[in-house]
Design a protein. Structure first.
Length: 290
């Protein structure tokens, strides 16, 4: 496996022409590149940040893996062998590509982090362990909290901006899509459901990505701190899951932080079952002795 087998481009159409069939062949495991490239195609290449995204395809006659890097987010990789991860790390290091971390299937992200540390001397830290879930049989939580679900509209824009900013802070993401641009895109797509109390006060939200390759991903799910523990998040998540299933979506997915047993337990009670484990690594400074 040679570093040159990784074909890199800033051209989204070129990337999708090469990797599209590969990504659609496993829509659940490839939910991140599928949904992110769909957002780039819909909203423009600067949707996630001002720096041009970088796309990569590992092709030795057959497409074997893909890379997606939308700064300031860390690169996301599909499943890689240790040799494939090392070839990618070599390729990016030789190009002098700034890399703040990596996300992807657990073993693949770990292999890339180790390779990046070897090639650059950069310290690697595991920042988050994630689990990808798939909806099987939907079970609406009972008893449901008082209130109802509704799709967020333009009148909710300022609320969505505040809650997206709070969500990014609470989850420790640090960087994220501009909350205003995110709110505008989700409102336009009808992609945010609010749970509101009987008097009409919004108390929780659940988002869902637009369908692509027969899959959607539930994200984010957020309830302000003072309103948690009352069943609002479960009700909102169950409603967006129900709506996606009613619309005929084949794969309804979501990620959880494995450090949060509350959310993992909630989603399993609703009917989500594990698919695979993912990880997010961060790179900073110089490794000791490097």
């Amino acid at each position: 496996m040679r570093p040159e087998n990784w074909q890199l481009t800033h051209d989204l159409d070129e990337f999708l022409s090469r990797a599209g069939d590969f990504l659609r062949s496993r829509p659940a495991l490839h939910t991140v590149p599928l949904t992110v490239t769909d957002a780039l195609a819909r909203r423009g290449l600067d949707f996630y940040g001002g720096e041009a995204p970088l796309f990569g395809v590992l092709d030795d006659g057959t497409v074997r893996a893909a890379l997606l890097h939308t700064p300031p987010f860390p690169p996301h990789v599909t499943a890689l062998t240790p040799r494939e991860a090392d070839a990618l790390a070599t390729r990016l290091a030789d190009l002098g590509r700034p890399v703040s971390g990596v996300s992807g299937p657990r073993e693949s992200a770990e292999a890339f982090a180790a390779a990046w540390q070897r090639h650059t001397g950069t310290a690697a830290t595991l920042r988050q362990r994630q689990r990808l879930y798939r909806l099987t049989e939907l079970t609406v939580p009972q008893p449901a909290p008082a209130g109802r679900a509704r799709i967020a509209g333009t009148g909710d824009r300022e609320l969505l901006i505040r809650w997206k900013d709070a969500f990014d802070t609470d989850t420790g993401h640090g960087v994220g899509t501009d909350p205003a641009a995110w709110a505008d895109a989700r409102i336009a797509d009808g992609g945010i459901t609010l749970w509101e109390t009987p008097d009409g006060a919004p108390v929780s939200l659940a988002g869902v990505t637009p369908e692509t390759a027969g899959q959607v991903r539930v994200a984010p799910v957020y309830t302000p701190a003072g309103l948690r523990g009352r069943g609002y998040a479960g009700a909102a998540t169950a409603e967006v899951s129900r709506a996606a299933r009613a619309a005929g979506v084949q794969e309804i997915l979501l990620f959880t932080d494995l450090a949060n047993p509350t959310s993992n337990g909630l989603y399993q009670r609703i009917g989500y079952r594990p698919v695979a484990d993912f990880a997010v690594w961060g790179f900073s400074g110089r490794a000791t002795g490097a």
